[in-house]
Design a binder for this molecule. Structure first.
Ligand code: ISL
Length: 561
């Protein structure tokens, strides 16, 4: 192996970027159903979250992204909203919500609400009126088409959660469109009155003092149904610009859009500052790298570090001068990161710390998903009746009907089902993992007696302490918040390596993604004597061109000339 010089271009002068509070903040996602249950009904709630604000303040996060807590029949755990201005009774009341906003604010933590406006619940008052009569003003708040010949649906589009994307309504003799389940009819963004209702509702929440919005599948709102263009349709950006003008302008809030279709070609259309749309997007190219190209998420392919790095670095490059990145490896729709990308057995603690180092040393706003800060793992359910997620259950039915063996499906679900991230937060080794005194709505992970907050925080080398340190580094060091990213060793299938640079400061980040010792050969101009910012093993100061890394070791070293 020969060591090479790095050929990184000299960092170009960046145009001036206005600094906002969220540039140095770390987000924390709460899935309320599974976070903390204060009243023993087996379902997490807002009072439970308030009781745990100390944990989040210790971690140092700047804001919480709260998955939906609105009134909902909970077909999709709250991503089916029946009243945007009411709280689901099992989660609490509007007064609880106001208390959460103010108690979090007292600790320097903002609340970012989940804005789910591609669709509502079929039990929303708008849809109830819409399905009764073609003449109701709300009828046009949804997307209707006449039946095709013989009464068939207008086209053969399938819904994400299985089955056709069209459902027939007898009363109005029409089909309505639902990209997700029939319980989630798509809203018709072409209707200006509907858009005005959404803007009004957003202002209502901002008046309550929230810190921003995470916008669920926002890339779908500009769809052109007749052309069968769903993602990033022709009206997406005009609608986002209108929303910015009507609601967001002049507010020091953060907006994060979710988009499964965004690409490096379209990324800056959402988040370049001068376009006045969103601050950043959750994009999934690094996640899709782990999916089977034809068979999708329930037939995952082995993890490929080279593709994963390519995807992450491409977005680091894209947002070098404009736009901003939302950094994440896990959320409520994805598996637990230690299980998916590293090792959740013998090397779990170092794996968790390594993945955290990699993500939190990149440029962007990082998100920690509940339980990630203690290295929670996938659920490993053995039977389909242990699963609760409608996507997993519907796809099970569908794939069994197509001849897939149940064990084969369960193996895929064990790796990639959304329920892996939805088992209750593991607070302690007691009953219900300290999540609930009752029977949790979904089984607690069987490893809760070994993996829990109390256990992790009693360990001086804890995963929690590692995260807390990373969160602080971003707040304190300009090079971490704003430095440019320069990939190193892009072809290595074992090591992720990169540098961050700002002015005279340079940070070198190295991570071993394997359970083996790895010899690493670094470009000479990356080496030298520096200050160890963070490390999972022994502190590294002197970096030589040839070094050896322990299994799942990670570190970052600061050089300042
Ligand atoms: O993970 C997914 C891709 O197969 C989908 O399950 C998921 O629906 C997609 O990521 C969009 O997610 C968002 O919108 C859905 C909701 O079920 C997810 O929880 C939400 O994050 C519909 O509102």
């Amino acid at each position: 192996m020969t060591c090479q010089k790095s050929h990184a271009p000299a960092p170009a002068e960046a145009p001036e970027r206005l600094e906002h509070w969220w540039h140095r903040a770390t987000g924390y996602q709460i899935y309320p159903r599974s976070f903390a249950d204060s009243d023993g009904d087996g379902v997490g709630d807002i009072a439970g979250i308030i009781g745990k604000l100390g944990h989040l303040a210790d971690l140092g996060v700047g804001f919480i992204w709260l998955s939906p807590v609105y009134a909902s029949p909970m077909v999709d755990n709250g991503y089916d909203i029946s009243d945007y201005r009411a709280i689901a009774p099992e989660y609490g009341t509007l007064a609880d919500m106001d208390r959460l906003i103010s108690e979090a604010r007292d600790r320097g933590i903002g609340i970012v609400m989940d804005l789910v406006v591609n669709h509502s619940s079929s039990l929303h008052a708008w849809f109830k009126a819409a399905r009764k009569s073609r003449d109701a003003p709300e009828h046009d708040y949804y997307i209707w088409r006449e039946a095709a010949a013989g009464g068939a649906p207008p086209d053969d589009q399938e819904a994400v959660f299985g089955g056709p994307a069209w459902t027939w309504v007898e009363e109005v003799q029409r089909y309505y469109f639902h990209y997700f389940s029939p319980a989630q009819p798509d809203l018709n963004w072409q209707n200006p009155a509907l858009r005005a209702e959404v803007h009004d509702m957003m202002r209502w929440w901002l008046d309550r003092g929230i810190a921003g919005f995470r916008m669920d599948v926002i890339s779908l709102i500009g769809k052109d149904i007749d052309q069968r263009i769903y993602e990033e349709g022709p009206d997406l950006h005009p609608f986002l610009q209108e929303m910015h003008r009507e609601v967001i302008t002049g507010q020091e809030i953060v907006t994060i859009g979710e988009s499964w279709s965004v690409s490096p070609e379209t990324g800056l259309l959402y988040c370049a500052q001068e376009r006045k749309e969103l601050d950043m997007v959750f994009e999934f190219s690094h996640i899709r790298e782990g999916w089977h190209p034809e068979l999708g998420k329930f037939a995952p392919k082995p993890f490929d570090l080279v593709g994963f790095k390519r995807a992450l670095f491409e977005w680091q490059e894209l947002t070098r001068h404009e736009g901003w990145n939302a950094l994440f490896l896990t959320n409520h729709d994805l598996p637990r990161q230690v299980s998916f990308y590293a090792d959740d057995g013998e090397h779990r603690r170092n794996s968790a710390r390594m993945l955290a180092t990699v993500l939190h040393m990149l440029k962007g706003t990082p998100f920690i998903y509940q339980g990630e800060e203690i290295g929670m793992t996938n659920a490993r359910f053995e039977r389909i009746d242990q699963y609760r997620d409608l996507e997993t259950l519907n796809h099970f039915e569908d794939q069994i009907a197509r001849g897939v063996a149940p064990e084969e499906f369960i193996a895929g679900a064990n790796r990639n089902s959304r329920d892996n991230a939805r088992t209750p937060m593991q607070w302690d080794a007691g009953h219900g993992a300290g999540f609930s005194t009752g029977t949790p709505w979904i089984e607690v992970n069987s490893n809760a007696d070994q993996i829990n907050v109390a256990q992790d925080r009693s360990d001086p080398e804890s995963i929690f302490a590692h995260y807390r340190h990373l969160v602080r580094l971003r707040r304190e060091l300009d090079v971490i918040a704003f430095g440019e990213t320069e990939p190193l060793l892009p072809d290595s299938s074992a090591i992720m390596a990169f540098q961050r640079r700002l002015g005279s400061a340079r940070v070198l980040v190295l991570a071993n993604f394997t359970a083996n010792r790895q010899a690493v050969c670094l470009p000479l101009d990356t080496c030298g004597e520096g200050r160890c910012l963070v490390s999972s093993h022994r502190a590294r100061r002197r970096i030589d061109p040839d070094l050896e890394m322990a299994p799942f070791e990670s570190f970052a070293v600061l050089f300042d000339s």
